[in-house]
Design a protein around this ligand. Structure first.
Ligand code: GRF
Length: 192
């Protein structure tokens, strides 16, 4: 039976280990019937190199007020899903609204806690440790105009150990992310 390949576009700003996981899962079929049509970064970053190594079209659009218009101008026709994987620019409300239900993000904490403006990277982990939380984890959610406020697709938690450091927390969160992001992408694509 003919099966249309779904088109994924991934936005990155950094090292792109989540992007790598997504690439690997698309290649292995764990993310089913999909292709990564484009990777876009808002700055020079290793994520772009990862895409190129896998012959995936990779473009840089400098962060700033024209980002979303420029992104729309190169977005493949009939893109099914825009996946934010360590993407640090805030997408304008208009863009989020016009692609409602088609943009997802992964956040390195248990939303709705430790989300919102300024809560990215180590700021999140430092806040979690400072608050003496007994658990942390990762959350995949739809992207809406409110930062980190969209509907949750998947979330996974673990207990924070008494020996936990910033470094160990970052590592454990990445492990959880690598587990739940492919699953959440399948869900958002309607694969499972
Ligand atoms: C991840 O922890 C993700 O939750 C957050 O940014 C980080 C990106 O890491 N949004 P990487 O670039 O995928 O390694």
């Amino acid at each position: 039976m003919f099966c249309k390949m779904k088109k994924i576009v991934v936005l990155v700003s950094g090292g792109g280990t989540n992007l790598q996981r997504i690439i690997d899962c698309v290649e292995s079929g764990e993310i089913a019937d999909a292709q990564i049509s484009l990777v876009v970064a808002d700055r020079d970053c290793y994520g772009l190199e990862r895409a190129k190594k896998h012959q995936i079209k990779a473009e840089k659009i400098p962060r700033g007020k024209n980002f979303s218009q420029e992104l729309i101008s190169i977005l493949p026709k009939n893109t099914d899903l825009i996946v934010l994987a360590g993407f640090l620019s805030i997408l304008p409300a208009e863009f989020c609204n016009s692609f409602s239900g088609k943009i997802i993000n992964i956040h390195p904490a248990l939303l709705p806690k430790f989300g919102g403006k300024g809560m990215w990277g180590n700021h999140v982990h430092e806040a979690v440790l400072k608050a003496g939380e007994i658990e942390s984890g990762a959350t995949v959610h739809y992207v809406t105009a409110g930062i980190d406020e969209g509907e949750i697709i998947l979330q996974k938690s673990f207990e924070i150990s008494t020996e936990e450091t910033l470094e160990s927390l970052v590592k454990r969160i990445h492990e959880v992310e690598f587990e739940i992001y492919p699953e959440a992408i399948n869900l958002a694509l309607g694969n499972k």
